[in-house]
Design a protein around this ligand. Structure first.
Ligand code: NCD
Length: 367
């Protein structure tokens, strides 16, 4: 274990505090907000994997709370529905002893016409240190972060999913799940992803999860094979990580894994090291992009037989929520020896603890 993360056991069921600034200052962490994984370097991935691994290793019973974020206020501002992401952030914040405040658009002053910025400023006025923001429109968390900075606020913004654009914490928990799987019992590192063939199948077009996974996986040297029909997977996705997004002058990763587009699972799956299925995001489709759910399942749905095409017993991931019987057969989803779906949900907590911890630490400034 590298020194730095002071996660020392100090007695039965008790853990020493994570000393924020002194530990983080030994690692290069420069992000004031977490908005898009396109801005993450290999060191950033190493840092979050390492820290999430340490949080995951803490006992899940008994003394669960670390005092690291005591006195901090985390506010979850979800303008779009969520089951996993929101609960997982709130649980992560509580496990670090933060105060947690959550906002529901339907019962808020938003219905009286209050703007999103004024809503956020209200929570900042109450002392919020970290805003976890989900919105149906791309770039809302980034715009909010920029406005708050201009107004001199120290609050950090964590993007919990914005439109089709980005879902950094999901991309990171997926990376963590794969890294732990490939590392066996060793600590998860970016290196264990190098040269792996990861197949992502389904509605890539509407998936912010796929976009965040593309940045994360290729940064760690994995090759990604995207698979789906042209209506859900435009050919241009082969170039997705070829250049940083507008507004970001440089790619912080010198050499990325490759991205390839395949139209059939029969060609995509052989030789795969892991397969991730994506939900058909019907609520985001403005027109009928598939002929029928049955036809989609026959062509792109995953079952035990389909996964056998990989040639080895590779793991299966899905960010959830799953359309059972569409992206995945019920028996495959329920097969704990193949499906890492529940593991992904579990891993979301230590990964989000790591992100909250790092942002709280960077708020403190250099040690
Ligand atoms: C995803 C999302 O909301 O982007 N879900 C999640 O956060 N686990 C994917 C989806 O909705 O299909």
């Amino acid at each position: 274990m590298a020194p730095g993360w002071a996660l020392a056991r100090v007695g039965p069921g008790r853990w020493a505090d994570l000393r924020l600034t002194s530990t983080v200052s030994r690692r290069p962490w420069s992000h004031r907000h977490v908005l898009d994984l396109a801005a993450f370097s290999r060191d950033d991935y190493a840092t979050v994997l390492d820290l999430a691994g340490r949080f995951a290793a803490l006992p899940s019973t008994g003394q669960r709370r670390l005092p690291a974020l005591q006195g901090r206020l985390v506010t979850t501002l979800f303008f779009e529905p969520s089951t996993r992401t929101r609960s997982s952030f709130e649980l992560a914040a509580r496990r670090l002893s933060a105060d947690v405040q959550s906002f529901s658009p339907a019962t808020s002053a938003l219905v009286k016409g209050e703007s999103l910025l004024d809503t956020a400023l209200t929570y900042v006025a109450m002392g919020s240190d970290l805003l976890v923001v989900r919105h149906a429109c791309a770039q809302v968390p980034a715009a909010l972060a920029a406005t708050l900075e201009r107004r001199g606020q120290r609050v950090a913004v964590l993007n919990a999913g914005d439109g089709l654009h980005s879902h950094p914490s999901q991309g990171l928990l997926d990376l963590f799940t794969l890294a732990r799987h490939f590392a066996g019992g060793d600590p998860p590192t970016p290196e264990v992803l190098a040269g792996r063939r990861i197949v992502i199948v389904g509605d890539v077009l509407h998936s912010r999860v796929a976009r965040s996974n593309l940045w994360a996986l290729t940064a760690c040297g994995a090759d990604v094979v995207l698979c789906g029909p042209p209506s859900l997977l435009p050919q241009a996705f082969a170039e997705f990580v070829a250049a940083p997004p507008p507004g970001q002058p440089l790619d912080p990763v010198a050499r990325r894994g490759r991205v390839q587009v395949e139209r059939s699972l029969e060609r995509a799956l052989p030789g795969a090291d892991a397969v991730m299925a994506l939900r058909l995001q019907k609520e985001r489709m403005r027109q009928n992009l598939i002929t029928s759910l049955d036809a989609y399942h026959r062509q792109f749905g995953l079952s035990h037989e389909r996964l056998d095409l990989c040639g080895a017993a590779v793991p299966l991931l899905h960010p959830g929520p799953v359309n059972r019987g569409v992206e995945l057969s019920g028996p495959l989803l329920d097969d704990g020896s193949r499906s890492l779906v529940e593991e992904q949900v579990r891993n979301g907590i230590p990964m989000r603890m790591a992100l909250l911890y790092l942002l709280a630490a960077s708020e403190d400034g250099p040690a």
